[in-house]
Design a protein around this ligand. Structure first.
Ligand code: GDP
Ligand code: CA
Length: 317
């Protein structure tokens, strides 16, 4: 579709599960040509000879409506013959790969080996899955999230999946961040002449959004653009994953206010849950506009309603 240069544009920054929920809502509310979706790739890793991109995959499956809601990751209608056989043959089984999921990783890996960029390969997969707008990797270059813990340094998936986030974290690093460049789609959305807002999805601020921000020039550009964030912390808790545990271990107050202060001067607006309404006044006093609403997205209707409210609110800022 041809891009209408003078219509407002929105850029959504997303990790996996939390980000994909809001992104799905946004994709129902905004015309495809007005929305750029950028995914964290700091979680990506090579496993069993395959390139696996967990956050891109969660976005692809969610936007295609084929995500596994029972598991909270992977595809629906999954079967596990590959894993059973892998185990019987003495292979590494700490990372689960369903049979259908495996086909996607195989195609991606083949196309990357043949010289395609991650952006090209991801756009191809979007096309095959009937997804629009495209999902874009934050970068086509290698950038790896490394978790520093009291038990030593761990590759992200070793921390997240193999060790199930048990080690106490002391910091997070992004290997390759100085030489990686934002992808073309990311860069052009960041500098879009009619950029209405950057929407930081309710994703993990430390391991989903921080890798995106760590790319050269990104934080600097974000500082000059209208940015709003949606809190992934509700009533002091993450709905899923280790964001709350990480905040405690990093000695950041584990509240929606803590998330808002962590993003700091980057933000023009902050979306917080009704359960956290009492922080609104303090946040507004710092010059950050707030939208207090129901932010728990259980159904598709919840996702669309929240996205609609956010877009309407952005237009009042
Ligand atoms: P991951 O890459 O799969 O870990 O996913 P993200 O980083 O995108 O999202 C993880 C965060 O999403 C967690 O901190 C959750 O608290 C948050 N989250 C999940 N579901 C919801 C929801 O319905 N509403 C809000 N506000 N946050 C959510
Ligand atoms: Ca992730």
């Amino acid at each position: 579709m041809e891009q209408q240069v003078n219509s407002p544009h929105y850029l959504a920054l997303s990790g996996g599960v939390g980000g994909a929920k809001l992104t799905l809502g946004l994709s129902h509310v905004l015309p495809a040509e007005q929305l750029t979706i950028v995914a964290n790739t700091g979680d990506d890793f090579e496993h069993l000879g395959l390139t696996i991109c967990p956050d891109i995959d969660t976005l692809l499956y969610t936007l295609a409506g084929i995500n596994n809601t029972a598991l909270g990751w992977g595809r629906q209608d999954e079967s596990w013959h590959f894993m059973e056989t892998l185990k019987a043959l003495g292979g590494e089984t700490w990372f689960q790969l369903g049979d259908r999921d495996l086909a996607l990783h195989t195609i991606r890996s083949q196309k990357l080996t043949q010289g395609g960029t991650l952006s090209q390969v991801t756009h191809f997969l979007c096309q095959q899955l009937g997804i629009s707008p495209n999902v874009n990797p934050m970068t086509d270059d290698p950038l790896k999230t490394i978790v520093k813990t009291t038990q030593g340094t761990l590759a992200f998936q070793h921390y997240f999946v193999r060790e199930q986030c048990r080690p106490v974290i002391t910091g997070v690093e992004f290997e390759g961040r100085h030489s990686a460049q934002p992808s073309a789609a990311f860069s052009s959305a960041l500098h879009h002449p009619y950029l209405k807002a950057v929407i930081i999805c309710p994703s993990n601020p430390f391991v989903s959004i921080a890798p995106i921000r760590s790319l050269p020039g990104v934080d600097k550009a974000l500082n000059t653009r209208p940015v709003i964030a949606v809190s992934p912390i509700i009533a002091g808790k993450a709905l899923k994953g280790p964001a709350d545990k990480m905040m405690r271990e990093l000695k950041i107050p584990c509240t929606a206010l803590g998330v808002c202060e962590y993003y700091g001067s980057l933000l023009n607006g902050f979306v917080l849950d009704e359960a956290d309404a009492h922080y609104s006044q303090e946040i507004e006093a710092h010059g950050v506009r707030t939208l207090t609403t129901q932010t728990v997205m259980k159904t598709l209707d919840d996702r669309i309603r929240l996205a609609e409210e956010i877009v309407t609110w952005i237009n009042t800022l």
